[in-house]
Design a protein around this ligand. Structure first.
Ligand code: FE2
Length: 364
């Protein structure tokens, strides 16, 4: 299975994973053969990518670090929460048993899954950014927290706060949040208030309140709202801030295309002790795959292949199924570890290049 842009889909391809609609309902099931009608509907709904079955990747699964149902449920709950117009209601929902159960589930699943790296595989419709983003930020910051050796209780506090870090946005006027063009200085000042609003909404839960308040602070003092510096910034808020920046960089937004994870990781690794404390950046990089499963890569040997997985702690050194030799001739597919073979990824192909190349190589 591999993820491909919906604009490159053609009839006859088979979905490898479920596609969910806006309310968490199953829109298309795994195994469905795509038709012209399904493809145009997926494009209309604003899905940028879906997972399809691919014989070149037989036996390779793109695993998420948490169960599909848990992620969908978390997204639904955050959506309910952030759609709540009044902060009084938002305050009440923090004590919702369903929300605490979801955070517990996420923590439990991450703790029992210590071998997988995070592969960015998220598939979402247009207009759903904030909800999916909140869940991704929780998952990514928790993975960094695990690398730092946090126990269950700290992870729970971090997860709850990270999931709700942008809750203050319920009090920012919707027309500003949804504005497609550049914000005026006044509008930006209004958006920035979400961290203070978030702190007020979450005041019953000190860790979560601090995360909401300080997730836009930066190590060098350039952040807001207080312009805190260095270790004065709560470590949970820094982890949430890191995850927030990473997820935003790797997501398509109306004003810019997503960066591949390898570029976002490189950018963040250069930001140690500048935007975020270096040891936190390192912990963060420990569990995120720079080249998600299914990425087509050119190796330093000149060979080309497809990433099958990435060993924990070695983001930039994936295991690769080699498909072409340095001259570009098809070879019998074989799997190698770039780390053990002293190789590295010279270049990751973009979606279109990868799609074209795999099309030529696909077994007939
Ligand atoms: Fe924020």
């Amino acid at each position: 299975m591999r993820s491909i842009p919906t604009r490159l889909l053609h009839p006859g391809m088979r979905l490898a994973r479920r596609v969910y609609g806006r309310n968490g309902e199953v829109y298309l099931n795994a195994g469905v053969e795509l038709t012209v009608r399904y493809i145009s509907r997926l494009q209309e709904l604003g899905f940028s990518h879906v997972h399809i079955e691919d014989r070149l990747m037989d036996g390779i699964e793109v695993k998420d670090v948490i169960a599909e149902e848990t992620r969908t449920q978390a997204v639904r709950q955050v959506k309910g929460l952030l759609r709540t117009a009044s902060s009084a209601c938002a305050r009440a929902i923090i004590h919702e048993p369903a929300l605490t159960r979801t955070v517990d589930d996420i923590v439990e699943q991450l703790l029992s899954n210590t071998f997988s790296m995070l592969n960015l595989t998220e598939i979402r419709a247009d207009g759903e950014y904030l909800f999916h983003h909140s869940v991704s930020v929780a998952v990514i910051s928790l993975m960094a927290g695990m690398t730092l050796g946090y126990g269950r209780e700290r992870l729970y506090s971090l997860g709850m706060g990270a999931l709700l870090h942008d809750v203050g946005k319920v009090k920012v006027p919707k027309q500003i949040l949804d504005k497609a063009g550049a914000l005026t200085a006044e509008e930006f000042a209004e958006v920035k208030k979400h961290s203070t609003y978030g702190r007020d909404i979450l005041r019953d839960n000190p860790d979560a309140a601090e995360i909401a308040y300080a997730h836009h602070e930066r190590y060098n003092g350039d952040g807001y709202p207080r312009g805190q510096e260095g270790r004065d910034i709560h470590v949970f808020a820094q982890l949430t801030g890191l995850a927030d920046v990473f997820d935003a960089l790797t997501s398509d937004r109306c004003y810019r295309r997503a960066k591949p994870p390898c570029d976002a990781l490189e950018l963040l690794s250069g930001s140690g002790n500048w935007w975020f404390e270096a040891r936190l950046v390192q912990a963060f990089m420990h569990s995120i795959a720079a080249y998600p499963t299914g990425t087509v890569v050119e190796l330093s040997s000149g060979e080309t292949g497809i990433v099958i997985d990435t060993p924990k702690g070695h983001s930039f050194f994936p295991n690769v199924r080699v498909l072409m030799d340095p001259e570009g001739a098809k070879v019998i597919p074989h799997d190698i570890s770039t780390m053990e073979s002293n190789l590295w990824v010279a270049r990751a192909l973009n979606d279109d290049e990868g799609y074209q190349l795999l099309g030529q190589l696909a077994p007939q």
